[in-house]
Design a protein around this ligand. Structure first.
Ligand SMILES: C[S@@+](CC[C@H](N)C(=O)[O-])C[C@H]1O[C@@H](n2cnc3c(N)ncnc32)[C@H](O)[C@@H]1O
Length: 269
């Protein structure tokens, strides 16, 4: 992907999340909470490690309360591409001292963070970045010696059956699958930079939706398909919705999607 294509993609993604932010906060944040909790609780650092905790792709910042509870005296910095997500994250942060939210691309962190941070925590952002294996290298580089990276993301395959799987199958008929080879490169990339991998697992948690139409509407209007919906328009979305609902289960829909959680510790000299 050349630089122009990367910038176009970032703009589309930001616009998608601007429109999705309110619904995302209401629908997905409570459903994603177990993964957010796990990502935060995996950060084990003692008081001898100085520096802030960075949260790339913080969205409305659901990580914040758990982080403040664990690290009441540390600076905590959220970073997100979407202006509306940032506005909501700042509302959540209120006037709590030491908490800031920066609007910007978290794929490559500002050099001022390099080697200075105690932890980097990111939930469900990595898979959206244009070059995830580069982003994770940048996140690791932000850590000082002994600092911890805790990243949860949605892998290419999250379940064999369920609303996520059905959505993937329907969308694939219209949009070619992206290359998921980067997923295999994450751990080798981190190890090559000297990091110690402390965890690489696939946590799954129960999730429930009122019914298939409610799930589809949330996913497309308030979730990861928002950018595609804006780009393709209402007629496309109506067709996609009809395909999705054809043969979908009736009534409440329960599933257990599987994310990936990687925890890596920066080497100490
Ligand atoms: C699924 S939301 C996750 C938000 C939050 N971490 C959570 O767990 O609820 C993904 C977020 O990543 C942000 N995002 C996508 N691409 C980004 C980029 N290149 N830089 C910073 N944020 C980005 C989106 O704006 C969105 O807020």
């Amino acid at each position: 992907m050349n630089d122009q294509a990367v910038n176009d993609r970032l703009e589309r993604i930001a616009a998608g999340w601007d429109g999705a932010a309110e619904g995302y906060d209401a629908y997905f944040v409570p459903r994603f909470a177990p993964w957010v909790t796990a990502a935060v609780q995996a950060v084990e650092i003692d008081d001898t490690r100085s520096g802030p905790v960075l949260v790339p792709c913080c969205g409305t910042f659901p990580e914040l309360d758990a982080l403040i509870e664990l690290f009441p005296d540390r600076e905590i910095v959220g970073i997100d591409l979407s202006a509306e997500m940032v506005r909501r994250a700042r509302l959540r942060a209120g006037d709590r001292p030491g908490v800031t939210v920066v609007e910007g691309d978290a794929s490559t962190l500002d050099p001022r963070w390099t080697g200075n941070c105690a932890a980097v925590v990111s939930v469900f952002g990595l898979q959206q970045l244009p070059r995830p294996e580069h982003a994770i290298t940048s996140w690791l580089a932000a850590l000082g010696p002994g600092g911890v990276l805790s990243v949860v993301y949605w892998p290419d395959v999250t379940e064999s059956d369920g609303p996520f799987a059905r959505m993937d199958a329907v969308v694939r008929r219209h949009v070619p699958a992206g290359d998921s080879a980067w997923e295999d490169e994450l751990v080798p990339t981190l190890r090559a930079q000297g990091a110690v991998i402390e965890r690489d697992d696939r946590p799954s948690h129960p999730m429930s939706h009122p019914d298939a139409p409610a799930f589809f509407d949330a996913y497309v209007r308030s979730g990861p398909l928002s950018a595609l919906a804006i780009a393709r328009g209402d007629t496309f979305v109506a067709g996609l919705r009809a395909e999705f609902l054809r043969g979908a289960p009736q009534g409440r829909w329960d599933h257990r999607p599987r994310a990936r959680h990687i925890v890596a510790r920066q080497s100490t000299p």
